[in-house]
Design a protein around this ligand. Structure first.
Ligand code: NOJ
Length: 721
């Protein structure tokens, strides 16, 4: 297809259409909820189909049925003649659901992460999807914010590595759309969609880093963010989408707005009306408007936006379609789609991912792995909830093939397993905007007696050799529009845990969560705690593999786990200031250290670190360390390198992650692990210079199994002359 020739033939209305992406809802009507504010469930598909017939839509989102993508594609080709680009939130799998993104990040295994998103992309492309609104690469240092679950946590270096791996995986078959540019994770108070005020120093050094890495990895798309960033709505920011993204980083793909975010420029009190919103967004560099209904970009032909600005945006969309081969091959093979979705290799990959993402927070007395012949009481409301096992941000899952924790344990321990659900997660049902997708509301049967169920759970625990208690949050208590003001395990779950521990039966706590919860009591009284997150389709099998020792856990926390909500926001990567000797006692009533540090995670092995060296060679530094598995079992370890600059033009954090490597060592084995510390690792963005700088300085290097690593060495960099 000759894109310039096509562009030359298009009318202004058709061009505006190419720049419009409509939601197309073909979702089950669950009765009491609307699909989205202001959307008529009956009318919306007709309105979209009418737009397709007149060439008034370039892209659709939320269609996952291959027969439907083909039907709608045909309508578009018969209408405007330009193929549609189908987008969807393929966040952690399409049919095969992988652990939630924060869990995948906890694997610290970029190869695993890349392979996982490649599976997701393969399934998505098979049904006709071309663009995923993922990865979400927003740094999150406030776990009240529910969307912490969608990202890689608090750290820019880990976040950048995970972002790049996801882009590589997705882009084997799709266009990846890292989001939400930029600063969304810093919403004040952790309240979703609220404004973010972030210094430029922090933007460049922390919040931008995963985006920069995603762009370098070749991401074809970027999504805007909903909130005001430093007083300007991100979705209308020329600085973000032109100065930073294109002029500084050389991004060559297209930008999509978040849903209704162009219209929202009016809501923000920024744009005067919809034509003004459209003009300001497209001029800022927002090429495609994602619209639930009534797009602002419909008004583009009536604005005075120069024709070449519009043409540039349209060209970017057409080029993306060209690169995807849609002009030659717009349809999918529906039979092949069915086969691809059922691929057993995809389930195997999901099981491995769930094994590697679990984080063993505590294992006193070696309670785990469990001995094979013991009777096990499985307790808790989340132990047998298929929907919760999958986590949020999935829509095309198959509940029938979802393996819960109870299923997984039963497959190994058979009739040695007893089960009691105990109490519901929470007393109150939390309404979620995702309820419209069905299957989200755990209801109690009529006449349910919570006290009796609680007592039964305690009895079951008393009678067993080991109790495995599964606690956490319902999956719809976390994610978009699911912030919390407290980190307490909801409802009476903590009481249930206390009652089970009080029976004297050795207790293992499994956590299903996407944010850290207040575990102060559990960390002092429960011998074994394994964070399994929302582990996905194969979750239960993977959890059983871990519990019974077929594989060792080896995940590491991608965030600092606070003791209490009052410590938020917190990061290991803070600076030193007045009275550093009191740094751990900054509060009158609580320590200021986390309950579990960033990078923490145990395994069934035990690791020692020795012989740390740093050798300067010009601008580069080579760091080596010997890692030894001092236990008798094969186990994984993530070796982490942290850097600290002692003096310079800015006060730099006490330590920053600058390298990590996952190794698997047999019992008794040692390995020499090497890292390169390059000028890139030492550089940082300086507000006065308005660019990245390198300081001559003395640097401390810490290497170990978490961010409190004590094995240290130093090196000095002096620039000659
Ligand atoms: C709004 C969310 O903020 C964004 O992340 C998502 O991709 C879109 N809705 C589409 O579902």
């Amino acid at each position: 297809m000759d894109i310039e020739e096509l562009l030359g033939r298009m009318t202004p209305a058709e061009k505006a259409g190419q720049l419009t992406q409509y939601f197309y809802f073909t979702l089950p009507d669950t009765g009491d909820t609307e699909p989205a504010p202001g959307v008529d469930r009956e009318e919306q598909p007709h309105a979209v189909e009418a737009a397709l017939a007149r060439g008034g839509a370039g892209s659709l989102l939320f269609v996952t049925d291959p027969a439907e993508t083909n039907r709608l594609q045909r309508l578009a080709l018969e209408g405007g003649g330009v193929p549609l680009l189908f987008g969807f939130d393929v966040i952690h799998g399409l049919r095969t659901i992988f652990p939630v993104p924060i869990a995948m990040a906890a694997s610290w295994d970029t190869d695993l992460i890349e392979r996982g998103q490649a599976v997701a992309a393969r399934e998505a492309r098979a049904v006709g999807i071309h663009l995923t609104f993922a990865p979400m690469v927003d740094i999150a240092r406030d776990p009240r914010w529910g969307r912490i679950i969608e990202g890689a946590g608090e750290d820019p270096f880990l976040g950048a590595a995970v972002a790049a791996a996801q882009v590589r995986g997705f882009q084997r078959d799709l266009i990846a759309g890292p989001k939400h540019f930029a600063g969304y994770g810093a919403a004040v108070g952790g309240r979703d969609y609220d404004e973010a005020n972030i210094s430029e120093y922090e933007l460049w050094n922390v919040y931008f880093e995963p985006f920069r890495a995603a762009v370098e990895a070749g991401a074809g798309n970027i999504m805007t963010a909903y909130m005001d960033l430093n007083g300007v709505p991100a979705s209308g920011s020329h600085w973000l989408f032109t100065t930073v993204l294109r002029d500084t980083w050389g991004f060559r793909g297209f930008v999509v707005s978040d849903a209704n975010a162009v219209r929202n420029l009016v809501t923000h009190g920024f744009a005067k009306d919809l034509p003004d919103a459209a003009a300001r967004a497209v001029t800022a560099g927002v090429d495609l408007e994602m619209a639930i209904s009534d797009p602002a970009y419909d008004h583009l032909p009536d604005t005075d936006v120069p024709a070449d600005v519009i043409d540039t945006a349209v060209r970017r969309i057409l080029e993306a379609k060209q690169r995807l081969g849609l002009f030659d091959n717009p349809y999918v093979d529906e039979d092949l789609a069915r086969v691809t979705l059922a691929d057993p290799a995809h389930r195997e990959a999901a099981r491995e991912a769930a094994q590697r993402s679990a984080v063993l927070l505590r294992n006193e007395g070696g309670l785990l792995p469990l001995a094979p012949d013991r009777s096990v009481a499985v307790i808790g409301p989340l132990a047998d909830s298929k929907r919760d096992t999958l986590g949020p941000w999935v829509f095309d899952f198959d509940l029938d093939e979802t393996v819960t924790v109870l299923d997984g344990i039963r497959r190994v321990a058979g009739d040695r397993v007893t089960y009691a659900r105990g109490i519901p997660v929470a007393q109150r049902v939390f309404p979620s905007m995702f309820d419209m997708f069905g299957g989200n509301r755990p209801e109690d049967p009529e006449g349910f007696d919570a006290d009796a169920a609680f007592a039964e759970a305690v009895e079951v625990a008393t009678a067993a050799d080991v109790a495995v208690v599964v606690l956490g949050e319902w999956q719809n208590m976390i994610g978009e529009a699911a912030s919390r003001s407290s980190l307490d395990p909801p409802g009476r779950q903590l009481d249930l845990l206390k009652a089970v521990v009080a029976t004297g039966t050795p207790t293992v706590l499994l956590l299903m969560n996407g944010r850290p919860l207040d575990l102060r009591w559990a960390a002092a009284h429960v011998p074994a705690i394994l964070d399994i997150w929302y582990p996905g389709t194969q979750g239960g099998n993977a959890v059983a593999d871990l519990l019974f020792g077929a594989v060792s856990p080896g995940g590491k926390l991608p965030f600092s786990w606070p003791r209490t909500v009052g410590q938020i926001p917190m990061t290991y990567s803070h600076t030193v200031s007045h009275e550093p000797q009191n740094q751990a006692r900054r509060y009158w009533d609580e320590e200021s250290t986390p309950l579990f540090p960033f990078g923490h995670g145990l395994s069934y092995g035990r690791f020692g670190y020795s012989d740390l060296t740093a050798t300067v060679d010009g601008d580069d530094v080579r760091v080596s360390v010997t890692v030894t598995n001092t236990s008798g079992v094969t186990a994984p370890e993530v070796v982490q390198l942290y850097l600290h600059q002692r003096h310079g033009r800015a006060s730099r954090p006490v330590r920053e992650l600058k390298g990590f490597r996952r190794v698997v060592l047999d019992g008794g084995a040692s390995e020499r692990v090497e890292f390169a510390v390059t000028p890139e690792h030492r550089s940082y963005w300086h507000a006065a210079v308005r660019d990245r700088v390198l300081d001559d300085s003395v640097f401390d290097v810490y290497v170990g199994g978490d961010s409190t690593a004590s094995l240290a060495t130093t090196f000095e960099i002096t620039t000659p002359g």
